[in-house]
Design a protein around this ligand. Sequence first.
Ligand SMILES: Nc1ncnc2c1ncn2[C@@H]1O[C@H](COP(=O)(O)OP(=O)(O)O)[C@@H](O)[C@H]1O
Ligand SMILES: [Mg+2]
Length: 584
Amino acid sequence: MLKRAEWDELLQLFTLMKKRRLGYMAGVLGHALSETIIMISLAFIMRDMINAIVEQDMVQLQRSSIAVIGMGIFTGLTFIIFGKLFFHSLFKTLADLRLQLFDHLSAGRVGDIEQYHPGELISRVNSDVDAVSEVFGYQFRQLVFTVLTGICAMIAMMVIDWKVGVVLVIVAVLTAVVNHYYAGKMRVVSDRIQATLGRMSATAMDAVYGSKEVRIYHMQSAQQDNYEKSNGKWLDNTKENSGIRAKLELANFSLKILNFSGMLVLGAILMAMGVTPLGEIIAMIQLLTALNMMFRELGGLVAYLQKSLAGAKRIFELFALPGELTDKQQPEEPDLSQPVIAVKGLSFAYPAGEAVIRDVSFAVQQGQTVAIVGPSGSGKSTLMKLLMGLYAPSEGSIAAYGRESRQLDVDSWRQHFSFIPQDSFLFSNTVKANLSYGRSGCAMADIELAAERSGCSGFIAQLPNGYESQITEGGGNVSGGQKQRLAIARALVKDAEVLIMDEPTASLDARTEAEIQAELDELLQQKTAIVIAHRLKTIRNVDQIFVLVDGKLVEHGDHDTLMRSQGAYFDLVMQSDQEEVVVA
Ligand SMILES: Nc1ncnc2c1ncn2[C@@H]1O[C@H](COP(=O)(O)OP(=O)(O)O)[C@@H](O)[C@H]1O
Ligand SMILES: [Mg+2]
């Protein structure tokens, strides 16, 4: 049967049902109980009917017939009532669980979510909810039902004729042993099948997502081999599985015949000896079905329940991931004499990695534009994501107008910033909706102005439905440059105090970049901004330049000062000038 820990898991799973637990349990128990009552009473009604026929007792026959009709009505009523209770609580629990998981993941920390492969996370959520649905929707109910009817059938048999009952129970126990043995074997094989299916879907996913790379790097045949191998294994295991299943079915069938014919032979002898009337024997045969079912199904049912529990309990792992908004304290009033942004002693490491940002401190004053430059991989994007509160600092603090980020809930913190990340994501919605996410319900004129400034009004006008045109998932139907310009427009629509741009024009061609750059320069004049610059030429006029190398700020100052001191910035400029010459 189930282990102690598994009982605990099952109990814990019931907490997911919350207040629906009562309705569900009433549904399960009511259903099992009424089926048991029906089965046992039918056995007794049948006994009386047959004995009445044998003895030609018309009064008894009439009584039994009325009992059958009564049973029919009882069956109908209980099925409707308990079925409704059961399915209502089941479906509501599942709908609720999906919603809770979605909300939880939406409120989760980016750092935790990034630990999973997106496909894996989504398939995990789906398959784990399926597992819960299996446990509640089938396995638990079936378990209660089987055990209850089995035990009651056993008792009823003993009541009718204990000698025959003992013989039948012995054969039924034999059935249980055989089934348990084969269920164990089948579980091993079905685990192997599951693992192969997992590998196959990963290969298929790679083939779809990486369809371009697969072709460019001639990976088709290697991938096909891979898939074919897994598919072959699946076939072998499935064959093995059906082999075991066939043997089990044969064994079950033989035991059933043995039981049934044994019962008939025994019954005939007992009847001939005048010990047991025919009605009793027929009633026993009726009860035998329930008894056999219990012993036959119990082993398999427990094995499957254990497997589903393993999946279902992982839901608690996801629920255990902390949310973003947990550290909220009473915030102080913003102090406008303080810098807009002040970073102090900031350090950060990705999970299981070494520090990527090391003891960084800097401040941005109202109206200033600062640039952060540094070689690729030096931690610039990470620093911006820390500013946005997408990750929590390992050490140090970030404050806006003297209020530390950890004093505010992340939503209010993020109100300070418009952020254009290095790789933007567009949602499958209209252009207009994509542009107005940061400020829902804003005027169309604001959206159009932002689109104008970021240089996307031209191509939006050429789309079939203009601003109402649909963007496909992830921005698949717009070019990389168009996507980036839409992301800039989206940030402009939000119009927060501080504009953060992470290499916003890196994916644009030189001409478009120059066009947008002019607009951006004008915008930066009016705003407090932090810019990560791809081309160093574009940041010559900013107020401050910070140079980040290996996660450390090694230099800061304006362009002229830094050029004179001939340090890391000077080297970067020389290098990029050379590259420009080569490109030109
Ligand atoms: N999500 C992540 N998980 C783990 N490591 C990361 C992640 N993102 C970036 N890194 C690592 O952090 C370092 C800094 O990356 P990044 O901030 O993107 O640099 P930059 O923007 O300056 O090119 C790199 O070594 C990179 O491999
Ligand atoms: Mg970067």
